[in-house]
Ligand binder design. Structure first.
Ligand SMILES: Nc1ncnc2c1ncn2[C@@H]1O[C@H](COP(=O)(O)OP(=O)(O)OP(=O)(O)O)[C@@H](O)[C@H]1O
Ligand SMILES: [Mg+2]
Length: 262
């Protein structure tokens, strides 16, 4: 069976003022339905570049992405619009991700309207349902998104992303800007949403403790390449690459747990 989502031999080089960075070099992986794959690695290793290419926010130099049996990077027109609805993104920056004048209702209602997810008369009920699903009170609808706390804003971003009923959610450091207690709540929300809807997720984070909380498998990246790839538990308990070892060493709670295993 062909995987639900696959990335094959993706490469990307940035060049400016005579200098060049190979941001991605021959990156390949697969993702199954209902699976969360983590992309972890040090700053500058190419995680956001990969997420942006997958979302078609930036072009690849070479390589292929297959999404629900389609050649995703080459889709155009109506096919692209239909498939776009099935792939949504949540960013780290909860401020910049919204129109500064948008209310919570606008932020969640726009994708419902644009993609005709429900009939217009049903839209207020659907907004209420989505707000409740992400743990926000329906009274929040009229409030400007920018007046909310970071954690509340990230819940609105998740509600907006799932409004279109996507099959794949791409998240770039979605909890990195949040306090630790809020972070745990958002991760719990993601795990429960996923088990409820069978959503697949690509989850970018430099923090392996966060990856461990939500990801079935993880790809460890360094300098634009995947250097290790496998079950999250296995990689955390017996890392093979220096990069994975360094990422584990950077998280004290993982280090302690690792010692207890020995
Ligand atoms: N638009 C761009 N122009 C030139 N170089 C870029 C551009 N975007 C990213 N890069 C370079 O590509 C490399 C990968 O960057 P990227 O943002 O993908 O890393 P990252 O893994 O997301 O890092 P971080 O953890 O800090 O977010 C870096 O060397 C970066 O400087
Ligand atoms: Mg990044």
């Amino acid at each position: 069976m062909t995987p639900f989502f696959s990335v094959s031999h993706l490469s990307k080089r940035y060049e400016w003022e005579g200098r060049a960075v190979q941001a991605l070099a021959d990156v390949s992986f697969t993702l199954e339905r209902g699976e969360t794959l983590g992309l972890a690695g040090p700053s500058g290793c190419g995680k956001s570049t990969l997420a942006r290419i997958i979302m078609r926010l930036s072009p690849a130099d070479s390589g292929q992405v297959r999404f629900e049996d389609q050649d995703w990077l080459n889709l155009r027109g109506r096919e692209l619009r239909a498939a776009r609805r099935r792939m949504q993104m949540v960013f780290q920056d909860t401020h910049g991700a919204f129109n500064p004048r948008a209310t919570v209702e606008d932020a969640i209602g726009d994708p419902l309207r644009i993609h005709h997810v429900v009939a217009s008369g049903q839209r207020p009920y659907e907004i209420t349902r989505l707000l409740e699903r992400v743990g926000l009170s329906p009274d929040m609808g009229k409030r400007p998104v920018l007046h909310l706390s970071g954690g509340q804003r990230q819940r609105v971003a998740i509600a907006r992303a799932i409004a279109c009923r996507p099959s794949l959610l791409v998240m770039d450091e979605p909890v990195s800007a949040l306090d630790i207690s809020i972070r745990a709540q958002i991760l719990e929300l993601l795990v429960s949403l996923q088990s409820e809807t069978g959503l697949s997720c690509l989850f970018v984070s430099h923090d392996l403790a966060v990856i461990r909380a939500v990801c079935h498998r993880v790809a460890i990246m360094e300098s634009g390449r995947i250097v290790e790839y496998g079950q999250t538990g296995r990689i955390i308990s017996s890392p093979q690459s220096d990069t994975a070892k360094r990422l584990i060493a950077a998280v004290p709670t993982l280090r302690l747990q690792d010692k207890n295993h020995v």
